[in-house]
Write a protein that binds this ligand. Structure first.
Ligand SMILES: Nc1ncnc2c1ncn2[C@@H]1O[C@H](COP(=O)(O)OP(=O)(O)OP(=O)(O)O)[C@@H](O)[C@H]1O
Length: 368
């Protein structure tokens, strides 16, 4: 079922939490709202469920207008046929899994046979068929979250809203469940809106990622696009690009200098379409895994190739991460793959280099 938000604004008292936000979510699409704490993700999601009342805008689910401030329409939450799964499972510990999942159907006064059939179906989907009669207090966190998911799915919602559902689980379980969730969403062709501040989770679960900052969507695209082509340095930073360096233009549109240094930089991608107007603060965004490290072989300066000293060596299994302090320049993080071993130690003189195509120069921020 499609969901459309048009010019939705939400305020708490005088403070605006969501500003003039518009987005169209396609049928069977998984849209992930991603952003730092307080950027308005949960508020946006709750407005679809009818748990927040916008001060302006229009929200449509399928062909039903569920909210329209101008027309005075505000369909109550329980009539929107929206399922929700939260961080806290809200599972009743003294009931069995079957009873937990059957509860909303009982409230609808469905017959015993239909309830048994529908609960059986969803327990199968979430992989809990063998546990139907088990008391919920005996479940692990991951199983509890599956029960919560089953309890939402059993209502056959038009849209499923998930608010950080995995954040109470340990890292390994989270990894497994995110793949399971993606598989369930695709198998059932569910339209989902998923809220998280975890970029890996967002990438793994999304058809499209909507990046939010200060109540607005600043970039909305497929995960690969967002990862490869963030529109601003602050988004790149949020997505884990750990080398964000202020740069100054050097006369041509692909040559720069690292700010306050004489170190030259050539890049493949400047702000996507070209240099923004004068006065825009620019940052070079460099992923640690794109930098190469060699022993310093003496003088011979060229762009994208800078000498320095290893300051920190951190072995991390798949990679060794080095912190290198550049001569007369900033520090860089370099991630060297496992197959290259860890040939450098603290104090070694080294040369870092990077291909121009792997450097993006982006505006520090973008206006939404
Ligand atoms: N009930 C409320 N009363 C007042 N202000 C609120 C309320 N709920 C949210 N806010 C404010 O609205 C803004 C957006 O909050 P929201 O919970 O949507 O952010 P979020 O991106 O989901 O953050 P988090 O990841 O921490 O949940 C924040 O500044 C928050 O303090």
């Amino acid at each position: 079922m499609e969901v459309t938000l048009e010019n939705v604004s939400i305020a708490y008292g005088g403070a605006v939490a969501v500003k003039d936000l518009s987005i169209h979510i396609k049928d069977a699409e998984s849209l992930v709202l991603l952003g730092k704490s307080g950027c308005g993700k949960t508020t946006t999601m709750r407005s679809i469920a009818g748990l927040e009342t916008p001060v302006a805008g229009r929200i449509t689910i399928g062909d039903q207008v569920v909210f329209d401030s101008a027309a005075g329409i505000d369909v109550p939450s329980y009539k929107r046929q929206v399922g929700m799964v939260f961080q806290s499972y809200a599972v009743w510990p003294h009931r069995t899994i079957f009873q937990n999942v059957a509860f909303p159907l009982k409230m609808q006064k469905l017959g015993r046979r239909e309830i048994a059939e529908r609960v059986g179906e969803v327990l199968e989907v979430v992989g809990l068929s063998d546990f139907a009669d088990r008391g919920a207090s005996l479940l692990s966190g991951g199983q509890m979250q599956r029960v919560a998911l089953a309890r939402s799915l059993v209502m056959r919602p038009r849209v499923l809203l998930l608010d950080e559902p995995l954040s109470n689980l340990d890292a390994r379980l989270r990894e497994r469940l995110r793949v399971e969730l993606r598989s369930i969403q695709q198998k059932l062709d569910l339209t989902c809106v998923y809220v998280t501040h975890d970029q890996t989770e967002a990438m793994a679960l999304a058809d499209r990622v909507a990046l939010m900052q200060s109540g607005r969507i600043v970039q909305c695209a497929a995960p690969e696009e967002v990862y490869e082509r963030p529109v601003s340095a602050s988004i790149a930073d949020f997505l884990g690009v750990s080398n964000i360096l202020p740069v100054e233009a050097d006369g041509t549109d692909r040559r720069f200098r690292l700010a306050s240094t004489s170190l030259e930089l050539e890049c493949g991608d400047v702000c996507g379409a070209g240099l923004p107007g004068a006065g825009t603060e620019l940052r070079a965004c460099i992923r640690p895994e794109d930098l190469h490290l060699d022993a310093d072989r003496g003088p011979g300066r060229q762009p994208n190739c800078w000498a320095g000293v290893v300051d920190v060596v951190s072995y991390q299994g798949a990679t060794t991460v080095y912190q290198v302090v550049l001569d007369d320049g900033p520090s860089l993080q370099v991630a060297s793959p496992r197959r290259l071993g860890s040939p450098f130690v603290k104090g070694d003189r080294v040369r870092t280099s990077i291909a121009a195509r792997d450097v993006q120069v982006l505006p520090a921020e973008v206006a939404a």
